[in-house]
Write a protein that binds this ligand. Sequence first.
Ligand code: GSH
Length: 356
Amino acid sequence: MNGAVTLRLLGEDRRITGGPFDSWDGQGIGVCLDPGARRRAAATIDLPVKDYAAPTQTALVDGLAALLAALRPGALVHVGCRAGFGRTGTFIAALARLAGHDDPVGWTRRHYTASAVETSAQAQAVAALDPGAVWAAYRNAIGEEARMYALYYYPDNASTFIHMLLRELGVAFELRLVDRKAEAQHSAEYLRLNPLGQIPVLIDGDLVLTETAAIALHLLDRHPECGLAPALGTQERAHFYKWMMYLTNTLQSEHLKRAYPHRHVSDPAAVADVRATALRRLDGMFDYIEVELGQGPFLLGEHVSAADFFLLMLVMWGARMARPPMSLPAIGAHAARMLARPAVAATLAAEGGASF
Ligand SMILES: N[C@@H](CCC(=O)N[C@@H](CS)C(=O)NCC(=O)O)C(=O)O
């Protein structure tokens, strides 16, 4: 055995050891990455990869999903190849990505062994991993009945946060465009879904849900396995609530004053002042976030949460401000790491590219 790490997966801290597969004592779950291992036939999960090579994304996704499906409370996990550095480090780093860590390869080298992940192909396999694909394969592996959501959206609107979340959670969804150019948000049909004529609306079976933050919290309740919200009752959860509330009732709402200043005046001459004031207040709010984010890497520190996707959207909305929030170092670094996530890139591509 080379070392052990603890990763929060499926809501529990899991101890995972790594090393040569043949050093596995047969207890719990054994993940074998070495086609030449003597004890390969005893492996719980057999994911053969040649020495110094990387698994294909499909094999990696299926292997991770199979491990998640096999996890039982308290089960020990041993991941192994021949020496336990390259292929084993790659698999552990992929698990660290699923557990919400930024820079999973760096994390694995710090926590498992400095020799983890030996080739650029292996590092690339971890970087390319789409957690949503793993969660989808996991649900399939445990035979969970597929659930289909529908999201009423318009590019670069509040729906973008929910769109990113649906992809990160790896759930099935249909996008329904509300054509704002044709004022479709005020059509009788749409007003039946949301009497306020605002985007987004989420359909979940016979549930019709409005309010961006509420939709996000509902999706997190539906899919706790993905770990995008900390455990109930913890200090981390309390901070998660704080950020979700601040982002929706302060930052998002100030953005709406900037976007719709005429709704906040009775004298049209005051429109310019309301807009300028909203922009000034937004600067102050982003200054606050810049300090709170610090080294991050995420709003809650070590682990990514849904609040980070919410923040990214609100940061992108500020792209045309005189001082774009992305120009602040901590917010800029946070945006860069969020934009690198496959779910975020896929969302922006599907919505017609980034607006900044
Ligand atoms: N509080 C609502 C606000 C949603 C909202 O204002 N959406 C904007 C798009 S970002 C919209 O639909 N605007 C159209 C309008 O107000 O006429 C939420 O968070 O969902």
